[in-house]
Design a protein around this ligand. Structure first.
Ligand code: CDV
Length: 317
């Protein structure tokens, strides 16, 4: 019997500073209902889906920053989403800012969770590759303060079994998709589908890049990592202009062949869907990317021993 999972990427249009978490949840519920009515059993929402992409704002007052965080999940605002998902028997991925007490220390992470069709949280991930900076850059058109507001995730890249089909599901967040290590670590655990949410500004604050090239790099990363690990990837954006600051859409469902199965056309709330055949990745994982047969970890030592590039000394002084 073929193993299939019909999934949706529930792209969100802008969430402005003044918008409430409850209003974001209401929009998510509308999309979850739409996906469930079309037969989807898994819905992927964006990174930091409950609020505006707040790392673009410099804030010094911790109480002001903490307004964007959740101290519990489900939180009072997200509870209706969990209840609806349970009623519709739909699993989901949700990105949010997590505040947690750990041994007397308050810690903050950029987090995502996998929720099963019974409404229970199955797995948690904390973003490892935090982009941006921690200092205030007043000359920049906007800030990207993930390194200020979050700690580096401490849970690693894991996979979980989900649904009656026992789908091997992985998760990661935004900038993680640009790093092959993210997907290879999940690939080595037999991942069949990866859920990922993102918020990617249309402008680069460090050097000029045309917006089309930024979308190209997004697609290149997701498509290459899907193929090289023989996995489905469901990548969901928060898009459009939040208080005047643009983020691209281009949410995609990518097949294990690296081909795009579905792509969003707007920068607004938009649900895209695809009925994923989970056996499609098997031929790739058993042949060209048969890890057990072809990988040579003895030659990959530098990948775990060294973070930055160290070129050999120049030949001419
Ligand atoms: N939220 C992100 O992680 N955004 C980064 C931007 C800064 C490049 C991304 O990789 O899309």
């Amino acid at each position: 019997m073929s193993r299939r999972l019909k999934v949706a990427a529930a792209q969100m249009g802008p969430i402005h500073l003044a918008d409430s978490k409850a209003s974001a949840v209401k929009r998510m519920m509308t999309m979850l209902r739409q996906a469930a009515d079309a037969g989807c059993r898994f819905v992927v929402f964006p990174e930091l889906a409950l609020t505006t992409f707040f790392p673009r704002w410099w804030m010094a007052d911790q109480a002001e920053i903490d307004r964007f965080f959740e101290a519990q999940m489900p939180s009072p605002e997200t509870m209706p989403l969990f209840e609806l998902a349970r009623e519709k028997k739909v699993g989901f991925y949700l990105g949010y800012a997590e505040l947690t007490e750990d041994g007397g220390r308050t810690r903050r992470f950029n987090t995502s969770i996998l929720v099963g069709p019974d409404g229970r949280i199955i797995g948690k991930y904390r973003k490892v590759h935090l982009p941006g900076h921690s200092d205030h850059l007043p000359q920049a058109p906007f800030q990207h303060l993930e390194k200020r507001y979050f700690e580096v995730g401490d849970l690693g890249f894991n996979v979980w079994r989900m649904f009656d089909e026992d789908v091997v599901m992985g998760q990661c967040i935004c900038n993680d998709r640009r790093w092959p290590e993210t997907f290879r670590v999940m690939g080595l655990q037999g991942v069949e589908m990866v859920a990922l949410g993102y918020n990617t500004p249309t402008d680069n604050i460090y050097f000029h890049e045309p917006p089309y090239r930024r979308v190209f790099h997004h697609l290149l990363s997701v498509q290459a990592n899907a193929y090289q690990n023989g996995t489905w990837i469901v990548a969901t954006a928060k898009a459009g202009k939040e208080d005047g600051f643009g983020m691209y859409g281009a949410s995609v469902i990518v097949a294990p062949t690296g081909e795009i199965a579905a792509q969003a056309m707007s920068e607004a709330d938009e649900v895209i869907m695809f009925d994923c055949d989970l056996s499609l990745g098997e031929s790739i994982r058993q042949n060209v990317f048969n890890f057990a047969r072809h990988r040579r970890p003895e030659h990959y030592r530098l990948i775990t021993e060294r973070a930055g590039a160290e070129p050999p000394p120049p030949t001419r002084k």
